[in-house]
Every structure is written in C-alpha cells, then in structure tokens.
Design a protein around this ligand. Sequence first.
Ligand code: HEM
Ligand code: HEM
Length: 187
Amino acid sequence: MLKNSATHYGAVARFLHWSVFLLFVYQYLSANIMTRLARDKLALGFTQSDYYDWHKSIGLLLLGLALLRWLWRKLTPLPEWAPTLSAAERAISHRNETLLYGCMFLLPISGYLFVMAGGFGVKLFGLHDLANPVGKHELLATLARVVHIVVGYAAVVVIAWHVGLGLKHHLFDRDRFLNRMLPFRRQ
Ligand code: HEM
Ligand code: HEM
C-alpha cells in the first residue's frame, strides 16, 4: 500500500524515511572527510573538491526529499499512534518530529546560503555550476555557516532521541514498534 494505514506507514512514507536516513549518513561522513582532507590528498580515490561537490549536491537533493515528505505528510492521513506509546512519549515524539523536520529544512538551507553568500557556489554533482541568486554577503555567510554547523550537531541529539525511543520499544518492550516504519515488513 502506497498510503499510510491506520496502524503502519505506507510505501511512500517508508521510502522517503529511509532514503533520507541513508543520505543523512552520507552527509555526516562526507562533511567530516571534506573538512579534514588536505587539498592535494585523496580519500577512497576522491579529492576534497569531489567531496564538497557531492555534499552540496546531495544536501540539495535532501531539501527536495524533505519537501516531498512534508507535503505527503500534510496531504495523506498519518497512522494512529502506536498503542504502546505513553501519553508523555506521544507528546515528546510529536515535538521531536517537528524538530526533525526543522533540521531537514534548516541544514540544506543554511548550507546553501553559506556557500552562495560566501562566494563558493555549487557545482551540481561536479558537472554544472548553479547560478548564485544570493550574491556575496560576508555576514550572511558567517551566520549561515554557524547555523549549519550548530544545527548539524544538534540534529545528532534529536535523531538519537528518536532512534533511542524506537529501539527501546522494539527491543525492550518487544512491541514491534519499528515494524511501523521498517521497509519490507508486512503489516
Ligand atoms: C541535510 C543536508 C545536510 C547535512 C546533514 C549537512 C551536514 C553537515 C555537517 C554536520 C557539517 C559540519 C562538518 C564539520 O565542520 O565538522 C557540514 C559542513 C558543511 N556543509 Fe553541510 N550538510 C547538509 C547540506 C549542505 C548543503 C545543501 C550545502 C551547500 C549547498 C552544504 C555545505 C557545507 C559546507 C560548505 C560545509 C563546510 C563548513 C565549514 O567550512 O566548516 N551542506 N555539513
Ligand atoms: C536521519 C535520521 C532520521 C530522521 C530525520 C527521521 C525522521 C522521522 C520522522 C519525521 C518521522 C515521522 C513520520 C514522517 O513524517 O515521516 C519518523 C518516524 C519513524 N522513524 Fe525515523 N528518522 C530517522 C532515523 C530513524 C532510524 C535510524 C530509525 C530506526 C532505528 C527510525 C525509526 C522510525 C520509526 C519506527 C518511525 C515511526 C514512529 C511512529 O510510528 O510513531 N528513524 N522518523
């Protein structure tokens, strides 16, 4: 089923959830490689500039996926809460999901503003230079960079809470909580 049912997330929500997750993992790995690699060195056969190009390009792809995901969530009904979640866990998860969406939007937007206002630009997948509608602006570049790095690491805490709650229910309470979102699980 493409749409969510009353008890489980549908194929579209699952596909978007796990593709965003995998691309987020790539973003953290590439960010740490590109900011540490010397210009004339290679890591796994790629230069620092390759890693920057791909970090920026995948970041913009993530912005598109976040937008699709948010629209899908607004346009189709969500499943009901898992019956095993307490009232407090529901309230915290609701807040947490808002924060997760905040991170999914703020990270690519701040990254984009940083590289455009800083005059670095984006070479999409190493192939095509994007136009710069922002123009050089030092203060904006500094602010956007701070937001990008702070939100980047704050997101780890928000994601850790989200994953922790899921694992606690699935593994300790044994209520099959993750099946609501895991791919290839029958409802
Ligand atoms: C969801 C998408 C993104 C995530 C999760 C992400 C994550 C990160 C993280 C964690 C860092 C910090 C690395 C460090 O200093 O240790 C970083 C740095 C960076 N990101 Fe992103 N990023 C995303 C999107 C983007 C986009 C769309 C762009 C540009 C178009 C971008 C450009 C950069 C640049 C240039 C840096 C280096 C900043 C510096 O000089 O310290 N990022 N990113
Ligand atoms: C980048 C990392 C992650 C982000 C940004 C994220 C974000 C979200 C969001 C926003 C939702 C609400 C449904 C929606 O709007 O799509 C959700 C649901 C869910 N996520 Fe994640 N997630 C991440 C990683 C994970 C991981 C690693 C797991 C498993 C260990 C997981 C398990 C779940 C489960 C089970 C649900 C359904 C929760 C419920 O039914 O109440 N997520 N996730």
